[in-house]
Design a protein around this ligand. Structure first.
Ligand SMILES: NC(=O)c1ccc[n+]([C@@H]2O[C@H](COP(=O)([O-])OP(=O)(O)OC[C@H]3O[C@@H](n4cnc5c(N)ncnc54)[C@H](OP(=O)(O)O)[C@@H]3O)[C@@H](O)[C@H]2O)c1
Length: 218
């Protein structure tokens, strides 16, 4: 597949690029095409030249892709989504976006009026675009360490079974990561709100590159 990483010059975008470049064409998007090209070169170096990673502006990245991952901070989600509407046709959109704030002491979930970043994206994108809310509790630093096994689970929310299958397969390409169906897009707020909880726990208990795993006690 062709996977566009919007704002893919940042932390989580770099992580997805190094994990998915073995099996997919990776298009790093940026507000500035030159910055995207530099980021693509850096990712190719991390991969010892193996893979097909290139960079362009965010709009061209969307237009060229089958799958679009919104790798931008929540504050810029509306502008990045609205400004690029003309570039969308029938891509599958993945949102790892967490609307949260930090007051210097702790993180808090600060959802928009739609209830979650995913539901806000749903309200902005055309109905035909499938959306999967996923990867909110996956640490970018752990993703970027391309050979590291992730012991965590990835929680996926979507209304579309086929999209769930596609993104589950992408999650399985990340060593030892387990994709779990977390329900429809309407409950994405629950999953998104796990991130500030995870970051608070990690800070208070000095846990590096923290993740979340569901265990069965049977
Ligand atoms: N970091 C993590 O561990 C992690 C884990 C799970 C989920 N997430 C979520 O993933 C998303 C990205 O996180 P991140 O840590 O990768 O973010 P980041 O590194 O801080 O930023 C990602 C990219 O956003 C773009 N950007 C910055 N300002 C912008 C603006 N005004 N308008 C449009 N784009 C702008 C930049 O790309 P250009 O300058 O190239 O345009 C930047 O490289 C967030 O929503 C976060 O909640 C992050």
């Amino acid at each position: 597949m062709k996977i566009a990483l919007l704002g893919g010059t940042g932390d989580i975008g770099t992580g997805f690029a190094v994990r998915w470049a073995a099996n997919h064409e990776i298009i790093i998007g940026s507000r500035k095409a030159d910055k995207a090209k530099e980021a693509a070169t850096a990712v190719m170096q991390m991969l010892d030249g193996k893979g097909n990673v290139w960079g362009t502006d965010n709009g061209s990245a969307v237009a060229a892709a089958d799958v679009v991952v919104l790798c931008v901070p929540y504050e810029h989600l509306v502008s990045v989504t609205s400004d690029l509407l003309a570039s969308y046709s029938n891509q599958l959109v993945i949102s790892p976006v967490v609307p949260m704030s930090y007051n210097g002491k702790f993180f808090q979930f600060v959802p928009p009026k739609e209830g979650s970043a995913a539901m806000q994206i749903r309200s902005l994108l055309p109905e035909g675009i499938k959306i999967v809310s996923a990867f909110h509790t996956i640490c970018a630093a752990a993703l970027q360490a391309k050979d590291r096994e992730l012991k965590a689970d990835a929680f996926l929310c979507t209304d579309d079974p086929e999209a769930l299958e596609t993104v589950s397969r992408l999650a399985l390409e990340i060593k030892s990561l387990r994709p779990l169906n977390a329900g429809p897009l309407a409950v994405s707020a629950i999953v998104e709100s796990l991130t500030p909880m995870l970051l608070n726990v990690a800070r208070k208990n000095k846990i590096k590159d923290a993740g979340i795993k569901i265990v069965s006690e049977r």
